[in-house]
Write a protein that binds this ligand. Structure first.
Ligand SMILES: [Zn+2]
Length: 267
């Protein structure tokens, strides 16, 4: 802090200390660099260059887990441990959704009342968004698109369901309303009608492990549920996704000593 920012001489260091404790100097500095009203709450980030994934952890004190975390996502699903996991129970509805282009992806914001039950715990669906190509790999293989269905329970714990979308021979009627929303430009709000349950593969077999958000702040403690079966969309539908956003896959992260469970029971 320079002397010119200290309005009082009396008290010397004590005054400086008190002002610093009150955040005075910090506020002054911010006022000179960026008007407070336009300063974002957290740092801007991207998928490439200086603000890309390798530097996320340095962009903002709130993002340190992106570089220092020990249970990060995405990972390559290899050598999973066979388990008889209780199948997730989807309580998904057919209804109106809000469509938002947030500058990183396009997301469908769910209305109240869509739930998933994981081993007796109920989580409520908040929103679905996508990454292109897929973020997770399964035995080293990536897919065209990965959709993330983000859920939260009453304790604030997150559970994310990942669904791989790949190119098949025909359109998916269920995904078409979302495909039609992919032209939504940033700063506008759209709406669509989605039959949420129809967006999922038929089989409820999953891989499950403990991971993180795949974007800053990379928060851990996320219960990951990856559907084993892939949903097929047409080439036209896949192209609509990648025309909106492409290269939005965070690099694979170390698995470390985490256990990846694979459900083999189908019940
Ligand atoms: Zn995601």
């Amino acid at each position: 802090m320079t002397k010119s920012r200290v309005p009082l001489i009396m008290g010397g260091l004590v005054v400086v200390g008190v002002l610093a404790a009150l955040g005075y100097g910090y506020t002054q500095y911010q006022a000179q660099s960026t008007p407070a009203s336009t300063k974002p709450a957290t740092a801007h980030w991207t998928y490439e260059g200086e603000e890309g994934p390798a530097n996320w952890g340095k962009l903002d004190p709130a993002y340190t887990l992106c570089s220092d975390g020990s249970a990060q996502t995405p990972i390559d699903i290899t050598n999973p441990v066979k388990k008889d996991i209780v199948d997730p129970v989807f309580g998904y509805q057919n209804g109106a959704v809000g469509i938002t282009n947030n500058g990183h992806t396009i997301q469908a914001v769910a209305a109240d009342g869509n739930t998933i039950t994981l081993d007796g715990q109920v989580f409520t669906l908040a929103q679905m968004h996508f990454h292109a190509p897929s973020e997770h790999a399964i035995n080293g293989k990536k897919f065209a698109i990965e959709a993330h269905f983000v859920h939260k329970n009453s304790d604030g714990k997150l559970a994310v369901v990942g669904v791989m979308l790949d190119e098949g021979s025909s359109d998916s009627a269920a995904w078409e309303p979302f495909v039609q929303s992919l032209g939504t430009v940033k700063g506008t709000d759209g709406t669509a009608t989605l039959d949420w349950g129809q967006l999922l593969p038929t089989s409820t077999l999953t891989y499950q492990y403990a991971g993180s958000l795949t974007t800053p702040p990379c928060s851990e403690g996320v219960h990951w549920v990856l559907m084993q079966d892939v949903v097929q969309l047409s080439a036209r539908q896949i192209a609509a996704f990648t025309a909106a956003y492409d290269g939005t896959d965070r690099p694979l992260q170390p698995v470390g000593n985490r256990e990846i469970a694979v459900d083999v029971s189908g019940n």
